[in-house]
Every structure is written in structure tokens, then in C-alpha cells.
Design a protein around this ligand. Sequence first.
Ligand SMILES: [Zn+2]
Length: 76
Amino acid sequence: MPLVQCSRCKERKAGLDEPPLPGELGNKLMQQTCDGCWQAWVSQQLMLMNEYRLNPLDDEHNKFLDAEMIKFLALE
Ligand SMILES: [Zn+2]
């Protein structure tokens, strides 16, 4: 795994093997997020989806989750 300077934990750690999302966001995650923080977001996302009863097939819900992810992982 390549090392990345993670925006969330501010440490230089192992990054992701492959982009978990397509497009620009996926690129940012590859460059700015370590594997540990990504796993933390995956758990947080599940919690949010349960709490707000989000539907991953709903565009509005996906926009909300993307915005939460950007805040959670401190993506620039
Ligand atoms: Zn991190």
C-alpha cells in the first residue's frame, strides 16, 4: 500500500488499495485518506444511514452522505 499524508488523522500512513468511489472524490480519497480513517468512515456512514434511514439509491441521500464524508475525513 502506498503511504499517504492523511487529512483526518494528520499522520503518514498506508492509504487505500483502490478508489472506493468513482471520479474526483475517489481521487481525493486515494491522496488524502489513510486506510484506518476510511474504515472509521465506513462505520460512521452505516450509523448515519440507520439513524436517518438513508437510501443509497436516492440522489439526495447520496449528496448528504458525500458532504458528511468530506467533513468527516477533512477532504480538501
Ligand atoms: Zn488517517
